[in-house]
Design a protein around this ligand. Structure first.
Ligand code: FES
Length: 59
């Protein structure tokens, strides 16, 4: 289980809660999450986590 305050994207300090919000507002790809939150757009090392979260939320 992830904590809502857990930082998922360390480059931009984006929390799990912010990612969830983006998904619940309609983001259904990692690219759109990046557009909305700026997560994943710098080093890219969090993209795998973003994909996992997307999968969990969209299933
Ligand atoms: S940790 Fe997310 S872009 Fe670097």
């Amino acid at each position: 289980m992830r904590d809502k305050d857990q930082i998922i994207c360390h480059c931009q300090e984006i929390t799990y809660e912010t990612i969830l919000e983006a998904i619940h507002n309609g983001a259904n790809t990692v690219e759109i999450i990046g557009d909305i939150t700026e997560a994943g757009i710098t080093c890219g090392s969090c993209i795998e986590d973003l994909e996992d979260i997307l999968e969990e939320e969209l299933e």
